[in-house]
Design a protein around this ligand. Structure first.
Ligand code: NAD
Length: 436
């Protein structure tokens, strides 16, 4: 089966490579010429573990190719996936659907046969109806079914998530759409991946509801962590204690600096806008978005506190370890590190940072921060070291060396990766999240 993937970013490239690995014939399309050139040279435009080998193997097997030419790329494809970005629209927080609609128009104008057009991008309820309208308006005379198939992969574990998903959600309104999607995912059905067929609107909403729920879980435990600090309880014990209840479950209960990334912040915001448009408020999600936003900067204040408070902090040096919103990705979109760095530089603190993969994308977002080649260079002369992202590289720091290099043995662990007792025994002034 031939599949076209329009948009070759985190989702499009990973999905395209995985579909090719299943045995489909896949063309990944992107309008970014430099991205496609790099892919032709075997250079991945993103950092995602295992992706380069997967792409390489499938290109060599002749199942995966890349182009900027949409009309050529979709020729003969039974399924055309739209996997372009849907960022927050500037000013109002609605999902910006201009990229999705531009692709729909181009697809409608270029189609040379019957096809299923699948929205994999995260899009608000009703977008499928609009995509259908745009394609019909473009004068396309072929049979087209517009299907919603949201993606749930996590960056950093994207290939595993795509190949062994918790579930596949397919929102289709007709048999043609359902049949083609069954064919697309047949290799996963054989692996018994749970599949849910729904109407298109339900499928579109499932993605937002899932992300909003996860964002709520994180924000809930973060607020519990703040309460733990006040009452002398340990949030890790509280997490374990509630997570052992099967109705709650242990995942997404790790207190930290607030959620970030390319999905939760923009998707919670977009859901709020949909709810507003339909006059059906989602007040819990409203609170979650607000609490999370203020938390990120509060984490900067936590580091300032460790530097001796706002007056003492001016002119001192802080080292940030980790900048990406989570480990194993280079994605900096809405990372809490941005607000932490901003709060620190606003307070006149000199900031040095190290991240294994994220520094190139981080640089323009935090121009006053000095990027270092390794963690120890960042730590040299620092009055406080803040662990912002829990990369494995920071889990086993040479603590003697840290103490030797730093100006003061002060660590602010925003990911709770060290044990308070151990750190104090080693002579550090150590603060973390929600732990005595
Ligand atoms: P991305 O920014 O990494 O990639 C989007 C790509 O689309 C870019 O390479 C861009 O050049 C390309 N593009 C834009 N307009 C185009 C056009 N007209 N023709 C061809 N290519 C075009 O975005 P992403 O992170 O892959 O996200 C894509 C969608 O998937 C979003 O809606 C996002 O919310 C959703 N999603 C993302 C993740 C994630 O972890 N990143 C997970 C699930 C869902």
């Amino acid at each position: 089966m031939k599949i076209a993937m329009v948009g070759s970013g985190y989702v499009g490239l990973v999905s395209g490579a995985c579909f090719a690995d299943f045995g489909h014939d896949v063309v990944c399309i992107d309008k970014d010429q430099s991205k496609i050139d790099r892919l032709h040279d075997g250079i991945m435009p993103i950092y995602e573990p295992g992706l380069d080998a997967l792409v390489d193997a499938n290109v060599k097997a002749g199942r995966l190719s890349f182009t900027t030419d949409l009309a050529e790329g979709i020729k003969g494809a039974s399924a055309i996936f739209i996997a372009v970005g849907t960022p927050s629209r500037r000013g109002d927080g609605h999902a910006d659907l201009s990229f999705v609609y531009a692709v729909a128009r181009e697809v409608g104008e270029s189609l040379s046969g019957d096809a299923v057009v699948v929205t994999k991008s995260t899009v608000p309820v009703g977008t499928g109806d609009e995509v259908e309208r745009i394609i019909a308006e473009s004068g396309c005379t072929h049979r087209v079914s517009v299907v919603s198939n949201p993606e749930f992969l996590r960056e950093g574990a994207a290939i595993g998530d795509f190949k062994r998903p918790d579930r596949i959600v397919i929102g289709a309104e007709d048999d043609f759409g359902k049949e083609v999607m069954r064919e697309v995912y047949r290799p996963l059905f054989l692996n018994e991946a749970p599949t849910l067929f729904t109407g298109r609107r339900s499928s579109e909403l499932i993605k937002y509801a899932a992300n909003a729920f996860l964002a709520t879980k994180i924000t809930f435990i973060n607020e519990m962590a703040d309460l733990c600090e006040k009452v002398g309880a340990n949030v890790q014990d509280v997490s374990r204690g509630i997570g052992m209840d099967n109705r709650i479950g242990p995942k997404f209960l790790h207190a930290g600096p607030g959620y970030g990334g390319s999905c939760f912040p923009k998707d919670t915001l977009a859901l709020l806008k949909t709810a507003e448009d339909y006059d059906s408020p989602v007040r819990i999600v409203e609170a979650v978005a607000k609490v999370n936003e203020s938390r990120k900067r509060a984490m900067g204040r936590k580091v300032i506190e460790a530097l001796g408070g706002i007056d003492a902090a001016r002119g001192k040096k802080a080292a940030l370890l980790g900048l990406t919103f989570k480990p194993n990705t280079d994605d900096m979109r809405d990372s809490p590190a941005i607000a932490v760095a901003q709060a620190l530089t606003d307070a006149g603190v000199n900031v040095a940072a190290y991240d294994p993969e994220g520094m190139e994308l981080a640089k323009p977002l935090m121009p006053k921060v000095v990027m270092c080649d390794d963690p120890y260079t960042a730590i040299e002369g620092a009055d406080a070291v803040a662990i912002v992202t829990e990369w494995d590289a920071f889990r086993a720091l040479d603590l003697d060396r840290v103490k030797e290099l730093a100006n003061a043995p002060v660590i602010v662990d925003l990911r709770n990766i060290y044990r308070p007792d151990d750190m104090r025994t080693k002579g550090f002034t150590y603060t973390s999240i929600g732990r005595p």
